[in-house]
Every structure is written in structure tokens, then in C-alpha cells.
Design a protein. Structure first.
Length: 294
């Protein structure tokens, strides 16, 4: 049985840890509200933009002129992985990292074996994890969450789009946590480029009759890059909201577990103190009896 001092020190330590986890939960709750509002406001615009491209492009060959719809033999692959900069958010980062590694093994085993898969991490945890796994890592925007804005996401998307258009990469995949609610994040792994599959596979129940100004080709070729940038920005906002939700849930659970541990330690402390008192009483009684007999 541990000494009274050891148990007392553990109780103080657990109390201090619980104060930290409670504070982190409150901070994450405040940040979550803002992050959740941003992604909820963003989704309708991004979805409507994709729907508009699908409707306008339906039955036409205009989209094929875009450099971002060109289908090539897949030799080099870029995988954009959105994680967080910090831990203490449960399995938030490990889930998307494992899902990305599994996706690469399943869909690009030949390219992976040749070392032709490059990771483009948005977030430091993804950067660190894939460096440890031995992948080629482009760290250009691994610190994106330190300056999170549409302009930063646009710059990251433009770098990826330029590399695809120049033939550096033949396919680009986007992996991130989609925000559903505070307790639930859904891993999404989707092909970002080439865009041709996304456009041609979307169907609309109603075929709209559009009047184009200035021209159908100019409009579509302008909308396609915007759509790609919006997809990247939406993934970053989704991941940001998911991170705060996951951290809030993890800190709440940590505080709850700390409370259970504290109860057990207090019981142990009381037992140790009772045993110490009993031992002292027995020693006093034994001493008194020894003096009496002498």
C-alpha cells in the first residue's frame, strides 16, 4: 500500500490535471462555435457552385478544355492530408492519417512502391506522421492553421493546381475529417483532380436553359478553378471544426476519468490513514503492556 504522502501527491496532481482539462474543454467549446458557424455558412455556397458546374457542363465539351479536367496515365500522385497542429484531441489525427495510408495502399500500390506518392500536409501532425512513415512530404503549407483564411487556402490550392496543370502530378487526392457534430467526425477521402469525374458523374433532376454572358466557355473555365479552391477551403474549415469538437469531447472524457480516479485515490488515502492510525494505536497499547509487565 502506498504511503500517505504518495497518495496525497497523486491527489494534488490529478486535481491540477482536471483543472487543465476543464479549461481546455471550455476553450475548445468557444472555438468550436466560431468554426462551426464558418463551415455551416460555407457549405451551401460550395455545394451550389459544384451543382452549377455540373448543370452548365452537362452535355457539353467545354469543360474538357480546362487543364484541371485532363485525365492522364497515373504515374505521380499528390495526397492532401488535413490534420491539426496540436494533439490532445483523441483519435482525430490518427484516424485521418491511418485512412490516408490505407487509401494509398489500396488505390496506388504501384506508385507507392516506386516512391511516386507525395504528401501535401495541411497541419503539423500530418507532416510529422508521414515524415516518420518515409513518404515524400511537401511542407509548403503545413502551418496553414497558424494563419487560417481563405487567402491562405487559395494559395495552397493554386500551388497544387499549377503542379497538376504542369504534369508534375497526374492525380490529386484530398483527405480530411468532415464535421458532423461535436462527437462525430467522418473521414473523407476524395479525388480533387482531375475534376472531369466529379463534373460528369453529377446529374440534375432538372435541366436548366441558361443564357450565357459573356460565353459558356469563359464561364465554365472560370468556375472550375474557383470550385477546386472552394473544395480545399471547405476541407480546411471542416477539419478545423472537427478538431475543436474532438478536443472538446476528449477533454470532457479526460475530466470525467480524472474524477473517477480522484474518488479511488481518496478511498485509498482514507484506508492508508486508517491503517496508519491503527498501527500507531497498536504500538501504544503494546508499549503500555510492556511497561506494565516490567
Amino acid at each position: 500500500m502506498a504511503s500517505l504522502k504518495e497518495v496525497r501527491n497523486r491527489i494534488v496532481s490529478v486535481n491540477s490535471t482536471m483543472q487543465i482539462t476543464k479549461a481546455m474543454k471550455m476553450v475548445s467549446a468557444a472555438k468550436l462555435r466560431r468554426a462551426q458557424d464558418r463551415i455551416i455558412q460555407m457549405r451551401p455556397y460550395a455545394n451550389k457552385l459544384n451543382e452549377l458546374i455540373a448543370q452548365v457542363s452537362e452535355g457539353t465539351e467545354v469543360g474538357a478544355a480546362s487543364p484541371y479536367t485532363q485525365v492522364r496515365e497515373v504515374s505521380n500522385v499528390l495526397v492532401i492530408v488535413v490534420t491539426s497542429d496540436r494533439g490532445l484531441c483523441g483519435a482525430f489525427n490518427s484516424n485521418v492519417i491511418k485512412a490516408t495510408a490505407a487509401y494509398i495502399s489500396e488505390h496506388y500500390p504501384a506508385q507507392d512502391a516506386k516512391g511516386n506518392v507525395t504528401i501535401f500536409p495541411l497541419g503539423k501532425k500530418g507532416d510529422e506522421a508521414f515524415v516518420r512513415r518515409g513518404y515524400k512530404v511537401d511542407k509548403s503549407f503545413s502551418d496553414i492553421f497558424q494563419r487560417l483564411s481563405f487567402d491562405t487556402a487559395r494559395e495552397a490550392a493554386e500551388q497544387v493546381m499549377a503542379a497538376f496543370a504542369n504534369g508534375v502530378y497526374d492525380e490529386v487526392v484530398l483527405a480530411y475529417n468532415e464535421f458532423k457534430n461535436v462527437a462525430t467526425q467522418i473521414i473523407k477521402t476524395e479525388k480533387l483532380l482531375p475534376l472531369v469525374n466529379e463534373v460528369s458523374n453529377q446529374t440534375s433532376t432538372t435541366k436548366a436553359d441558361y443564357i450565357f454572358e459573356p460565353s459558356e466557355e469563359e464561364i465554365i473555365l472560370e468556375l472550375i478553378p474557383k470550385s477546386i479552391k472552394m473544395q480545399v477551403y471547405k476541407a480546411v474549415l471542416d477539419s478545423n471544426a472537427s478538431e475543436h469538437g474532438a478536443r472538446m469531447t476528449a477533454m470532457d472524457k479526460a475530466t470525467e476519468n480524472g474524477g473517477d480516479l480522484l474518488k479511488a485515490l481518496k478511498i485509498e488515502y482514507n484506508r492508508s490513514r486508517q491503517a496508519a492510525i491503527t498501527t500507531e494505536i497498536l504500538e501504544i497499547v503494546g508499549g503500555a503492556e510492556a511497561l506494565k509487565n516490567s
